[in-house]
Design a protein around this ligand. Structure first.
Ligand code: KIV
Length: 273
């Protein structure tokens, strides 16, 4: 499948096309996404939880994103890849943000980068766009600063909060971003923002009033029993893997694996008659 382009993503704002993004962090999974109809991959800093065993996204580094991102790019050469800028890689200065984005763009070979924050990140978004790198914004529930929000909580629950979210979305648009991720807000809030900006919204836990949808791979594949309310499980890999591991252990313990079918049975001169 041909890689979707930034203009084609932006055209979803008006042409009614709905597109899909999934997070991905490794080569083998990327080869499967590449074979699928999904248009976009995010090398998400959610790798902190899904791959690295952290209890949040803070702690993930640019080197982590690049290390995993390179494997994903090798597995998915024609999928549009967005590299997620981790906490600490763009909050010191515009120059620091551009330098981090340059590294991710060049070393992963990704097609765009994403970073969190509305008005507070507008200058760095503009700097990165002016440097020639497409940027996706991210507002609403922003995991990197979730401690300031009192945890992973639904955002935009009062009209004043909704107006601040809209100001953030407009600041991201004015800074030159091609798309904005909206996370963890009620459906009506997404629609309100969508009706008042000119770039597409990619929603995660933001309902269906979006041009694009995102899900974390480990949530939608059902690795863990608990997933957030918005994450539909399209598979139950966790229980299936556990069954497979225990079945393997049982067969080894019982001596029923490996059978001749799973062994090399060539006759060896001097050993076999
Ligand atoms: O890192 C991540 O997985 C994200 C999600 C909100 C898509 O940013």
């Amino acid at each position: 499948m041909r890689k979707i382009t930034v203009p084609e993503i932006m055209e979803t704002k008006t042409n009614g096309r709905k597109i899909t993004l999934i997070t991905c962090y490794d080569y083998t999974s990327a080869t499967i996404v590449e074979k699928s109809d999904i248009e976009m991959i995010l090398i998400g800093d959610s790798m902190g939880m899904t791959m690295l065993g952290y209890d949040g996204t803070v702690g993930v580094t640019v080197d982590d994103i690049i290390h995993h991102g390179k494997t994903v790019r090798r597995g998915a050469p024609t999928t549009f890849i967005i590299g997620d800028m981790p906490f600490g890689s763009y909050n010191i200065s515009v120059e620091q943000g551009i330098a981090s984005a340059n590294r991710m763009f060049m070393e992963i070979g990704c097609d765009a980068i994403k970073l969190e924050g509305g008005k507070r990140s507008a200058a760095v978004i503009k700097g990165i766009v002016d440097a020639g790198i497409p940027v996706c914004g991210h507002i609403g529930l922003t995991p990197q600063t979730s401690s300031m929000m009192g945890g992973f909580k639904v955002q935009g629950k009062s009209m004043s909060a909704v107006e601040l979210l809209l100001e953030d979305a407009k600041a991201i648009e004015a800074a030159g971003a091609f798309m904005v991720m909206v996370e963890g807000v009620p459906v009506s809030v997404t629609k309100y923002i969508r009706d008042n900006i000119n770039i597409p919204i990619i929603g995660i836990g933001a309902g269906k009033e979006c041009e694009a949808q995102a899900l974390v791979m480990h949530d939608m594949l059902g690795y863990n029993e608990w997933v957030p309310k918005f994450a539909k499980k399209y598979a139950s890999l966790g229980p299936q893997m556990l069954d497979a591991f225990n079945q393997y252990h049982k067969e080894v313990a019982e001596g029923t694996f490996p059978t001749p079918e799973y062994s090399y049975n060539a006759k060896v001169e001097g050993l076999d008659k």
